[in-house]
Ligand binder design. Structure first.
Ligand code: 5GP
Length: 356
């Protein structure tokens, strides 16, 4: 047994120190980024903000909206080849969509079918998504998928530590997805005791990934889950995240997935974890006997139109940029100084948000 003594940080444990800025207006902040990669020969340009591959936000409807903003929709795993055939009759932009699969036999079977039907080439990104990216089998699947798809930008996760981040990139992934347990619909920490404070995970894994470089590009990471406010997205970028991916903040809108529910005269939308009982029963028919549910089902008060949220989100990032003196998103980690704060301050802010 060993104890790691240094305290690791979540988003709520820090604030950003303001810095001198020469920016004249928030309009002048460039939020778009261009990335090259360690394996894929593609160069990607856009706003590095993504949906989770969850049934409530990783949907075709979201892709139609978010691609207009150059943001990425990571599709949930429950779409079939037929669903994709239909979708691609009217959707033509590969840059802002990501195909997701797990490492089960049927996932590989569908990937092969997608490739054979030339549907895979309609995506820039492929995401290999498992709750526990520390399995040896995961690395083998990454190698296999890289061989099958040499051109694609391959995302793989989830993990939270530096050595495995490096291993996953060397095995064939371009981007490693970081986060075990921070998700709002996730009960892994409660059920298993496993996890890693998310901001520290992002900082340490970004450092590891960016240290893997060749003449074409560097390893990259995605901060996945635990962002409750736009400020958390800014903090993740400041911590070195190349991309931010989240679920609950994309959910609850008119345009999000999930059923609308009316309770006590108020309008809600469903939000549930991918390994909640609800997801397992709805998409796989039943929960395996050997699995415990590590996700929860929640109702999110209806948030209205998603475009208003997107404007607010981008406005907040521009505002963070002006406070820390960054002319572009790329400069966030260079300009950032985090201040550790007393948790009492942030729990006060949370109470304030709830109107308590
Ligand atoms: P959120 O934005 O809600 O804080 O987090 C979204 C992330 O939570 C997802 O991208 C995924 O990594 C994680 N997640 C989604 N569903 C589940 C689940 O059922 N169990 C666990 N452990 N994590 C989940």
């Amino acid at each position: 047994m060993r104890i790691l003594d240094d305290i690791k940080l979540d988003y709520q444990d820090v604030l950003l120190r303001p810095k001198r800025s020469t920016l004249m207006s928030r309009k002048d902040v460039l939020l778009e980024r261009s990335f090259t990669f360690y394996h894929s020969p593609k160069t990607w340009t856009g706003l590095p903000i993504m949906t989770a591959n969850m049934a409530t936000c990783g949907t075709f409807e979201m892709a139609r909206i978010l691609s207009e903003y150059k943001m990425i929709t990571t599709f949930h795993k429950y779409y079939t080849v037929k669903d994709y055939e239909k979708f691609f009759k009217t959707f033509k932009n590969p840059d802002y969509i990501c195909y997701t699969l797990g490492i089960r036999e049927q996932d590989m079977k569908q990937l092969k079918q997608m490739k054979a039907k030339k549907l895979l080439e309609k995506f820039s990104f492929i995401c290999l998504d498992v709750p526990n990216g520390y399995l040896q089998r995961f690395l083998e699947v990454i190698k296999e998928v890289r061989k099958m798809c040499p051109q694609h930008i391959i995302i793989a996760g989830n993990v939270v530590t530096n050595e495995i981040t490096e291993e996953i990139i060397l095995a064939g992934a371009d981007i490693v997805k970081i986060g075990i347990g921070p998700g709002s619909a996730c009960t892994t920490r409660r059920m298993t005791g496993v996890g890693y404070p998310q901001l520290s995970a992002v900082i340490e894994c970004a450092d590891a990934a960016h240290g893997i470089a060749n003449e074409q590009g560097v390893g990259r990471i995605i901060a996945d889950g635990g962002q409750q406010h736009p400020s958390d997205i800014a903090k993740a970028f400041c911590g070195g995240a190349d991309f931010n991916l989240f679920g609950s903040m994309w959910s609850g809108f008119e345009q999000s997935g999930g059923e609308t529910v009316i309770k006590d005269g108020k309008k809600y939308k469903e939000y549930f974890g991918s390994s909640s009982n609800k997801a397992m029963e709805e998409f796989y028919g039943k929960k395996d006997a050997h699995r415990a549910s590590e996700g929860r089902y929640t109702l999110i008060p209806h948030k209205g139109d998603i475009h208003v949220f997107i404007q607010d989100l981008l406005g907040s990032l521009r505002s963070t940029a002006t406070y820390i003196g960054a002319r572009q998103l790329k400069e966030f980690p260079k300009r950032a100084t985090f201040i550790k704060v007393n948790r009492q301050l942030t729990s006060y802010l949370e109470k304030y948000d709830k109107g308590e």
